[in-house]
Structures are given as structure tokens and as C-alpha cells.
Design a protein around this ligand. Structure first.
Ligand code: ATP
Length: 361
């Protein structure tokens, strides 16, 4: 008996997305089902190219369809279409055309490595095939141009002289408040001014199609951060902290700021989590251990992982090439990629209300 599309979809209904807890057919992820004799082919459209469960999902699909009597060959094309989820629609916030998700990277205090983490995550997502933007909103100390090696670049304006064209490096579209100020000069702006400037800045950029716009916020939880976080239609915030007790306390402050603003906390990243000895490759917990994980648990938000304190991570960033780019096969790249995948998965989970709950084969 000939294999039918109904049978194929019936089997794929048994495959549950481990993150979204619904079957792939209901989630609208199955496309282009084709049956030619004993050969079944279809496309699985994931919600992010950075899906850590890509292989697992492919295997589950192959197994499920392979169980149908008469099927001898299953060809699966794995693609991704990032779902949009930008903010809860605060009246003053307009979504940015073409930008599907805006993720703020925040910290309760300065120097925790927020910009280093932002740049590595942006590059990691781009390497995995996502369309990524990186906006440096850290007006007090913009360090993204340095980390991304674009310090001497100045963005051009488009032909209509209306929008700035972001600088592209390592597959990431970059815009920084630092591009607009002469190097070496410090900007002393009050909170509301910063928010207004950043909001306008954000809109005056020709972003094009962006799956994830990573926004490196200024450190702290003062007025500037508050107004800024309100000004941007955020999908969610990632809080970066270090393992010390005090850092946990300030991270808690950052988390509560976002909660007050109704901005979902995507999760916590612990930077300089442990020292990875370059000689013996063993882990040393220089500071107290497990602070990030404990803070995440106490605040009931996901823990995205710990990034080691490593001379190379700092040196790579300071020399203008994030570690994931400089050494994509290295162990630091692996750690950053895992964190990026977990963030992307969390964004997909948050955006699930935007997923059409219709059969979409
Ligand atoms: N995991 C790491 N291992 C080693 N050095 C790191 C690590 N992360 C960041 N650094 C270094 O720490 C310094 C501060 O990092 P970064 O500028 O990213 O912090 P920040 O939190 O963005 O700071 P700011 O307060 O300026 O916003 C930099 O010199 C950077 O190279």
C-alpha cells in the first residue's frame, strides 16, 4: 500500500520538541512533505539555527517516519526560521522593522565582562547561521568597537541620507555609540538623554533582516539603564555576573529592575566562573563557587552556564577578535556556543505564543 502524507504527519505528531513541549506538526515546523514510492522527504523548520537539539530532533523524525510500513528512505532538510518576539507593546515602543528579537545583555555592575560576552555570543549566533546585529548602548564606555576590531571604522549613511549603515564584521552588523563620538572623549549624559539618543539611534540604523539584535547595555541599575531598558522593545534580558557574593547581590538588583519593567529575564550567565589552567587544563574556582547557578535558582530564571576566566578570552577580545572567531574549534568557543544556543532556545520558548498553532505541512 502506498505511503500517505497523513501517515507521515501522524508519525511526526509523535515527535515532541523538547523545549517547546508540543509536537512538530502542531508547531508548524514540518514543511514540503513529498512521497515518491518508498522515499519520504520533508523539511523541519526549527525556531532557531542555534538549536542545540537539532540532531536529536532530526533523529527522532527519521525514526518516527521510518516506522511506517513501506518507507525505505527518509530525507530530511533541517532549516530554521526565527520567530519574532519584540516586547510586550509598551505604547511608546514601536517594533523595529525587520528585527525579530532584541536581547539586552545587562550587568549589575561594571567590569564583569558583559561586552566580551555580548560580542562572543553575537559571533557564535552568526556562525550558526543566524542574522545578527550587535548594538553597543554602553554610552559611558563603549567597548564593542575594540572587541570587534572596528575601532577605526565610521558607519556610512544610505543614499537617502536617512539611515546609518552598520559596520559588518565576523558576519555581525555592528553599531556603537562609540562610532559617533571622537575617540578618547567621555560622554556625560543624563539618563533620559541617553534613552532618547539610543532609541533614535536604534531606529536610524539600516538593520535589514535581523534574527537577534544583541544590545550591550551600560552596566548598573541606575536611571540610565532603567530608561534605556524601557526605550527599547526588548524580547528579554540576559544578566551577566561574576561568582563573587557581591556580584550575585548586584545581579539580583538587575534582575528585579527588569522584572519591574515587565521585561522577561531570559537567564543568567556567569563570567570568570573558574580559572582554566592553560598548562594543566584543570579548573580552579578562584572565587566562591556556584554563585550564578544559585542566583538563577533563587530568582527562578534559567542558568545559561559559566564562562572560564582565561587569559586568552580577555586577550582575544582586547585584540579585536572574539575567541569564537579567532579559535572556533577551541574550548572557549565551545563554551560560548553552548551559552548562545541556550539563549536562542530560551528566546524560542518565549516566542512560542507567536508560533502558529495550525497544521502547516
Ligand atoms: N572570561 C574572561 N576571561 C578573562 N578576561 C576577561 C573575561 N571576560 C572579560 N575579560 C576581560 O575583562 C575586561 C572587562 O571586560 P568587558 O569590557 O567585557 O566588561 P564589561 O562588563 O562590558 O565592562 P564595562 O563596565 O566597561 O561595561 C576586559 O579587559 C576583558 O578582556
Amino acid at each position: 500500500m502506498a505511503v500517505t502524507e497523513q501517515e507521515v504527519l501522524g508519525q511526526l505528531r509523535k515527535v515532541i520538541d523538547p523545549d517547546l513541549h508540543k509536537d512538530l506538526v502542531t508547531l508548524g515546523m514540518i514543511k514540503n512533505v513529498k512521497i515518491e514510492g518508498s522515499h519520504v522527504s520533508f523539511t523541519v523548520e526549527l525556531t532557531t539555527p542555534a538549536c542545540p537539539l537539532k540532531e536529536e530532533i532530526e533523529n527522532m523524525c527519521r525514526e518516527a517516519v521510518g516506522e511506517i510500513a513501506g518507507v525505505e528512505l527518509v530525507t530530511i532538510e533541517m532549516t530554521a526560521n526565527v520567530r519574532a518576539n519584540v516586547g510586550k507593546g509598551v505604547p511608546t515602543q514601536q517594533p523595529l522593522a525587520g528585527v525579530k528579537n532584541i536581547i539586552a545583555i545587562a550587568s549589575g555592575k561594571g567590569g564583569v565582562g558583559k561586552s566580551t560576552v555580548s560580542a562572543n555570543i553575537a559571533c557564535a549566533l552568526a556562525q550558526m547561521g543566524a542574522k545578527v546585529g550587535l548594538m553597543d548602548a554602553d554610552i559611558y564606555g563603549p567597548s564593542i568597537p575594540l572587541i570587534m576590531g572596528v575601532e577605526d571604522e565610521k558607519p556610512e549613511v544610505d543614499e537617502q541620507k536617512e539611515k546609518l549603515i552598520p559596520i559588518e564584521r565576523y558576519g555581525v552588523k555592528i553599531i556603537s555609540m562609540g562610532f559617533l563620538q571622537p575617540s578618547g572623549s567621555a560622554v556625560i549624559w543624563r539618563g533620559p538623554m541617553v534613552a532618547k539618543a539610543v532609541q533614535q539611534f536604534l531606529r536610524d540604523v539600516q538593520w535589514g533582516e535581523i534574527d537577534y539584535l544583541i544590545v550591550d547595555l551600560p552596566p548598573g541599575t541606575g536611571d540610565a539603564q532603567l530608561t534605556l531598558a524601557q526605550a527599547i522593545p526588548l524580547s528579554g534580558a540576559v544578566v551577566v555576573m561574576t561568582p563573587q557574593d557581591l556580584a550575585a547581590a548586584v545581579a539580583v538588583k538587575a534582575v528585579s529592575m527588569f522584572k519591574r519593567l515587565d521585561v522577561p529575564i531570559l537567564g543568567i550567565v556567569e563570567n570568570m566562573s573558574y580559572f582554566l589552567c592553560p598548562t594543566c587544563n584543570s579548573r580552579h574556582h578562584v572565587f566562591s563557587h556556584g554563585g550564578g547557578e544559585q542566583a538563577a535558582e533563587a530568582l527562578d530564571v534559567p542558568f545559561f552556564g559559566g564562562i572560564p576566566l582565561a587569559i586568552d578570552i580577555g586577550a582575544d577580545a582586547d585584540q579585536g577578535t572574539p575567541s569564537v572567531v579567532l579559535n572556533p574549534d577551541g574550548q572557549y568557543a565551545q563554551v560560548f556556543r553552548e551559552v548562545a544556543e541556550r539563549i536562542a532556545a530560551q528566546v524560542s520558548i518565549r516566542a512560542r505564543s507567536f508560533i502558529p498553532l495550525t497544521m502547516n505541512a
